[in-house]
Every structure is written in structure tokens, then in C-alpha cells.
Write a protein that binds this ligand. Sequence first.
Ligand code: SAH
Length: 410
Amino acid sequence: MGALLVLFGVRRANAWPIMSKRPTVTVKPREGRRARAGAPWIFSNEIAMEGATKALPPGSVVDVKGDDGQDFGSGFFNPKSLISVRLFARKVGAAADEKFFAGHLARALALRERIYDRPFYRLVHAEGDGLPGLVIDRFGNVLVVQITIAGMEEKLPVLLAALNKLLTPETIILRNDTPSRALEGLESYVRVAQGAASRIAVEENGARYFADLGQGQKTGWYYDQRDNRAFIAKLAKGRTVLDAYSYTGGFGILAAKAGAKEVICLDSSEPALKLAEESAAANQVSVRAVKADVFEEITRLGAQKERFDIVIADPPPFVKSRKDLEPGAKAYRKLARLAADITAPGGLLLLASCSHNIPLERFASECSAGILKGGRGASLIHSAGAGADHPVHPLLPESAYLKALVYALD
Ligand code: SAH
């Protein structure tokens, strides 16, 4: 009887996994070199895209194997995307369930809690935190979630459950309106998953700012420049500062708080400038908000021989895709030339790029070419990226998108 039960049990145990067995995606011979070395991406041309694989629904959880039988791991698969596989585990058969999310979220949180005193940071930075296609910014008890791949979108319910268990946030906003979602066949939407979307306060570097979480750009606030704002602020006492592409005043307000003599925040967005003025008031400082196109305004200021001790230029990405590299690089060079023109003798110029698609070396060479073209001597005194709450997967160096270079001008 016992033997029969065991037999029956074994038969059932065998039958079920066959019925629910998840698909396996195969990497072509001699392909997937980066993934074999530990990178979490596999591109569509590296995969044997035969009929059954191609027909898998976007966002399917798959096992990934080499044609030689080597295990690559478990991943999210999207046959429609150039990056077809995003591995989330190095072993096959791993589940992206609540336990998986709980583990990764707890690790991400512990890292931030070691670094920051206050609960204001990027909590999850995609592959850098082992969670492909997921970004979460934390503003105290408000979380802003941004999903960029189909596999992660499928997991939204378990993700929300894990977030609620870990942090019991009051509000969770889904800012799923990044253009890159189209590459994954995902719709664009902004939704309040719980609580209420509203303007909230951000605490950073000891200053208070306001962000509009529902309507602001990206997740409403750019935590990536935190350390670079602090670097500039340290040098701003008694100086005049032009914060070009200021958004809600991240750089300018901190500089004013650190004792800058005069601060201008220059941006084309009226709502962003309004928030900058309100944030300035909350910090008992004042900044002058100017709504204008940066290229036009700094050309005009240059012609009028206006000069600032510190100029910051942190534009939107000029190189949105690889095909924009040449025109984008040219735009960075021109911006550097115009910005150098309005930097006072002995002044400092911060030039930043948030374009994934221009490498640091190229960006730096465009910046120096632009500065030198204007006839100014300069030395690079600081080269930085995003803060420590934007960890980079060691085998995905291209995800270190932010570049911030500070030049001391003659
Ligand atoms: N420095 C900011 C972030 C800048 S984001 C911070 O520390 O938070 C880029 C900003 O450029 C946005 O606020 C956007 O409104 C602005 N912008 C985009 N194109 C512009 C243009 N042509 N002229 C002026 N501002 C522009």
C-alpha cells in the first residue's frame, strides 16, 4: 500500500511539472558572450528564435539555456524587444514571486539605509538592484514606481504586495509613461495604485524641495544629481550662480542655501520654475526664475557680457538614440561653448549629460572642445556620475548614464 502511494505520488509529481513546465529559450551557438560572463541581458539576435519561441507572449518567464545545455538562468522574455531576455536569476527554474521581490527589495533598502539618514532616495535602480525594468523612487511614505519591461509589468501585483509588506507606504504612484515602454509593446499610463497623488516634499542635502509626483518629469525628482548638487553648493558661498535647465531648482536652491550671492534658475517649464520658487521660499532663500530656452538665453546673456561665477548646464538628453550621436554631440559642444562664454574668469562650469548613448570619453571631449573653441583655458576638476542610490550592474556599464564634469576656467 505504502509503495503504491509512493508510486502514485511519484507519477503525479512527474505529471504536474510536465503540464506546467515553463518554456525554455535557447541561446545560439557561440552567442551570449556577455551573458555567459554574468551580464543580465541577451539580445534577440543571440537567441534561436524558432516558431514556438517567437510566439511566446511578451513578458513570459523563461528558462534560458545554451545550445550546449549550459544554464544561463531564469529571465523575462519578450520576443518583440531588442533586449529579448532580462535575466533575474542565475539558475533555471527560479520564480519571480513575492519572496523573490521581498528579498531584493530588502537588500536594496538596507543599502540605502546605510547611506542616507532620511528616507528620500532611489530605492530600486533596475538591474543594479537585481530587478530588471524596475525603478522606484522613495519620498518618505510615498513611492513612485516606474516599469519599463513587459515581464515586470506582469509582476506588478506581487511587487506591490512585497512593497506594502516591507514599507507600508501611504501612497504608491505608477509613473508608467516613459517612451521606452513602447519598445516592449506596453501602453503608457500614470495611475495611483494606492493613496493620493499630490505634491510632496523632498529632503536632500539638508534642503527641502517640492516635487509634483503625478505630473512632474520622470518620477518627479532627479535624485541622481544629489552629490553633484552638494559639490557645487560647497563652492557657492558669496558667488553668482546660473542654474541652466534648473527644473525645480535642485542645484540652484542648494547653492543659495549655501550662501550664494545671487542665483538664477533658467528653464523652459513654467510649473517646474514655480516649484523652484516655492522651494526657495521654504528654505528661506530667494532665486530668480527665468522662463526661456537655454540656448537663446545664454547667447543673449553672452552678448550682453553677463558673467556668473558658477554656471550649471544639466540639459535633457541630447542623444536619445544611437543615431542621434553626431547631432547630439554637436549640441553638447555648442552648449559648452556658450556656457563657458558666460562663466566669469576663474569661474566654475558644470556640464552634465544624462544620455545613455554618449560615452563619457566622447562627452568629455565635446565639452573640452566647446570650452576651448570659445578661447577659454580650463581644467577638469571633478568628474562624477549618479549617486550611490543608482547602483550599476558591474557587467552593464552602459547603465551608468549620468555624467557630470566640473571645469575650472581661466
Ligand atoms: N538640473 C535639474 C534637472 C534638469 S532636467 C535638477 O537638478 O533637477 C532638464 C530640464 O531641462 C527640464 O526641467 C526641462 O524643462 C528643461 N528643458 C528642456 N529643454 C529646454 C530648453 N530648450 N530650454 C530650457 N529648458 C529646457
